[in-house]
Ligand binder design. Structure first.
Ligand SMILES: *Cc1c(COP(=O)(O)O)cnc(C)c1O
Length: 459
């Protein structure tokens, strides 16, 4: 089946040649948010679904595509979340939907560990080609970001015959037992869920807004000194870092930080692992955020944006490390499922065909001047940061570094009520993050920012 992205919308996506969606690309509110049907559905959900699973905005989805989410009441909301940086190619993107349908009509599962199939191999080849560095690489596929992080640790420990794992302040690596321990924030991710696995060490991150004048090199020296003195470089299996932190607050380390950490790892036989689960696949205007500093991680972890919404994740890295694990040591029943692999190939083809790296940079160029002006005008935003279409506003008490989570929460709620799906994040809960689909139209992006600006002025 051949599907070509086609233009059926008047709202031309920023920097994008063409894309297709059945849904009118507009913000349209026909009820209060959430509306009566969503409210009724929510009551049904509360009686059936565990309370620990919560939703940012309980409008129940009927349709989604391009830059909008349509709920069961008929409201059409602007999507600034992409299901947490997942549907970067747009929801139900034509090449992804077609690839999924085609694959599902042939076979849905065999288990790659039982009888393999080409899709898995093709995704591995793509990841080997797209991730930083031209050295020999291998890939293993899994289902979720957390599962891939766990497997990166298994690989690093086997390859180095060492145990210690180093992570950073504000890090987020998942919710499984091991990855919860790697994650920094207690509430809601860790509280009450211990005990946690051992041999995990946390060192300070470079957080330019809160680091007052410390350079990337100095921040790296601070972290390296802790590794050296408190763990010992020869004991460390791997250092895991998000090149731009996600849940922790979209923190981009100061220039020179990542390269200094990477050099320390190389000099000490430590596996340098880039967790690109949130920052990968065109989100920052590059295939991977590691590309900005030209660092070449030993292992790269991917998930979220890789497959337009189908669950799949990967660990890609140096062939000698990846192949150090004994046959049968890596895998899982569903890892690299054929339908998810087809989706990944469709999503990557979409990113290439529509040049979504350029689209992410266009979103940055359109949004950042407005956000900076808003910060200057209102005094409520201490920092505007991020790269490409991974942008954040950190709310602080005017003229200080004191986090202001109340305003961030109020602004997010006000945006929801006005039909813009927006997410918060940050260790202090005071960051609003923008993660629009990279195919969002220029008008829709601008209208979403209008709503956000009005909300910040009002709250
Ligand atoms: C979301 C995320 C994970 C975990 O991925 P899941 O698919 O939710 O398990 C890991 N690392 C980073 C950086 C993430 O943003």
């Amino acid at each position: 089946m051949t599907v070509t992205p086609s233009l059926t919308t008047v709202d031309a996506p920023l920097g994008v040649q063409s894309y297709h969606t059945e849904l009118t690309q507009e913000r349209r509110l026909v009820t209060a948010i959430p509306g009566p049907l969503s409210t009724a559905m929510h009551a049904r959900r509360t009686a059936a679904v565990a309370a620990g699973v919560s939703s940012t905005l309980p409008i129940y989805t009927a349709d989604a595509g391009g830059g909008v989410i349509v709920d069961i009441d008929g409201n059409s909301l602007i999507d600034f979340g992409s299901g947490i940086a997942v549907t970067s190619v747009g929801n139900a993107a034509p090449l992804v939907s077609a690839a999924v349908a085609e694959q599902a009509a042939h076979f849905i599962h065999t288990c790659f560990m039982v009888t393999p199939y080409e899709g898995y191999v093709a995704v591995a080849e793509k990841l080997n080609a797209l991730t930083p560095g031209s050295h020999a690489k291998r890939t293993a596929l899994f289902n979720s970001g957390s599962e891939a992080v766990e497997n990166a640790v298994k690989i690093a420990r086997t390859a180095t015959k060492r145990q210690a794992v180093v992570v950073f302040d504000h890090a987020y690596h998942g919710r499984t037992s091991l990855t919860m321990a790697l994650t920094a924030k207690a509430m809601p991710y860790k509280k009450g869920f211990g005990p946690f696995p051992g041999e995990i060490y946390r060192v300070p991150m470079s957080y330019p807004f809160r680091d007052s004048g410390i350079s990337g090199k100095e921040a790296a020296a601070r972290a390296i000194s802790m590794m050296d003195k408190q763990i010992g470089g020869s004991e460390i299996a791997c250092v895991i870092i998000e090149p731009i932190q996600g849940e922790g607050g979209f923190i981009a380390p100061a220039d020179g930080f990542l390269s200094a950490i990477s050099e320390y790892c190389a000099a000490n036989g430590i596996v340098f692992v880039a967790d690109e689960v949130q920052s990968g696949f065109c989100r920052t205007g590059q295939w991977f955020a590691s590309d900005f500093e030209g660092i070449v991680p030993d292992l790269v972890i991917t998930a979220k944006g890789i497959a337009g919404g189908m669950p799949i994740s990967g660990v890609t890295g140096r062939a000698d490390l990846m192949d150090a694990v004994h046959p049968g040591g890596l895998g899982g029943t569903y890892g690299g499922n054929p339908v998810a692999c087809a989706a990944a190939l469709g999503a990557i083809q979409t990113m290439e065909a529509l040049n979504l790296n350029a689209a992410a940079l266009s979103i940055e160029a359109a949004a950042v001047p407005r956000l900076k002006a808003l910060a200057a005008e209102t005094g409520k935003i201490g920092d505007v940061r991020g790269r490409g279409a991974m942008l954040a506003l950190e709310f602080t008490v005017a003229g200080s570094l004191e986090p202001d989570p109340a305003t961030a929460t109020a602004v997010a709620k006000a945006c929801h009520a006005e039909g813009v799906v927006i997410l918060t994040c940050g260790t202090y809960g005071n960051v609003i993050r923008l993660l629009p689909p990279l195919v969002i139209g220029a008008k829709l992006l601008s209208e979403g920012l209008d709503v956000l600006e009005a909300a910040v002025r009002r709250c």
